[in-house]
Write a protein that binds this ligand. Structure first.
Ligand code: SAM
Length: 328
């Protein structure tokens, strides 16, 4: 098989790059209440270092990159990074995950820099709940403007990620679903995962099977075939709806056997699994002048150590980094 593949013969072609551990929101399921110990600026990979990793990864077979964080739009100069990544021949898909608060300012420039697609995290359509979930006074209105801006500049399909939590936002499942009927939203409901230091608790978990049951009160969900998107979400739509509904089941039905991802943290650690603590340091070798071949060997080592599956069902969750420091 050409390209990168792990010891279980899974092709690995997708790199998620966290460009910062800073975030302008403090979501209860992602950020510990006391905040995080911020990585000193000098320990965060520069854009040139990220580019060096992306080029080496591209030569090995990575062709998709997603920029994440922390909040990626909170790091200055992000447009420059996207422009540089877009010039790597091997990379043919560049996307971004954002909380959307700053998006309306940047949507047009992101598009012209070479960004193709965008995912926006939004867990509620109500301002008071938005403040509760994000522990922030920021405005839901800014995120909604960001969604419209992304759509109008053609960052399509704009996908809205909703982490569903019992007793917090599960009463809004139908409101989000209604947006797929009239407004051409592509909404993805995500099962709540345990995350180091998060304030959410196991009893707030809602399995996708339960979400589906409640959504079918609105009508029958028809599977979208061939599947929209090529990630772990399974997509459906209501009859005649313009948008779609996706379900992501990291907990109730893991999709590890099809996992094609690597993750690069803002401080330069390469992690082959979101939900395992194993990582390889790339920052020190980069700063000590490692050759491109040496860098490729380290990437291959991380891939060779990619676990077959996560161990959440056995009670194991990552201890070292909250979600905000891995990139989700
Ligand atoms: N700040 C950006 C944002 O809000 O999208 C990017 C970083 S955020 C860590 C990336 C994704 O991880 C978001 O879609 C978020 O909903 C998801 N996420 C974070 N913690 C999670 C958890 N405990 N369970 C499920 N998804 C989670």
């Amino acid at each position: 098989m050409s390209g990168l593949s792990d010891s279980f013969q899974r092709p690995i072609n997708y790199l998620r790059i966290s460009v910062t551990d800073r975030c302008n929101l403090r979501c209860i399921y992602c950020m510990p209440v006391e905040g995080i110990r911020l990585i000193p600026h000098g320990d965060i990979l520069t854009y040139e270092e990220i580019l060096t990793v992306a080029k080496a990864a591209g030569e090995l077979g990575i062709n998709k990159i997603r920029i994440t964080g922390g909040e990626p739009l909170a790091r200055s100069g992000l447009l420059k990074l996207i422009q540089m990544l877009a010039q790597i021949d091997a990379i043919d898909d560049i996307s971004l995950t954002t909380n959307g608060v700053l998006l309306s300012h940047y949507a047009a420039e992101l598009k012209s820099a070479g960004l193709q697609r965008i995912n926006i995290s939004l867990d509620t359509l109500k301002q008071d709940k938005f403040e509760f979930i994000t522990r922030s006074k920021d405005s839901l209105g800014n995120v909604l403007e960001g969604i419209e801006a992304a759509r109008s500049v053609g960052l399509n399909p704009v996908k809205i990620n909703v982490v569903v939590m019992s007793g917090i936002n599960d009463d809004e499942l139908l409101d989000f679903a209604a947006k797929t009927i009239n407004n051409e939203w592509h909404v993805r409901f995500i099962e709540l995962m345990p995350s180091a230091g998060a304030s959410t608790i196991a009893s707030q978990f809602v399995p996708v099977s339960e979400m589906r049951k409640r959504l079918e009160l609105l009508g029958k969900l028809e599977a979208c075939l061939p599947s929209v998107g090529n990630g772990p979400a399974k997509y459906f739509r209501f009859p005649h709806a313009s948008g779609t509904i996706g379900f992501i089941t990291p907990v109730s039905e893991h999709f590890c056997f099809h996992c094609n991802r690597l993750r690069l943290t803002a401080d330069g650690k390469l992690r082959p699994c979101l939900l395992a603590d194993y990582e390889i340091d790339l920052k020190s070798p980069l700063r000590n002048g490692i050759s491109s071949d040496g860098l490729k060997q380290l990437i291959e080592e991380a891939v060779a150590n990619k676990p077959l599956r996560h161990r959440m069902a056995e009670g194991y969750t990552p201890k070292d980094r909250p979600m905000t420091q891995v990139g989700g």
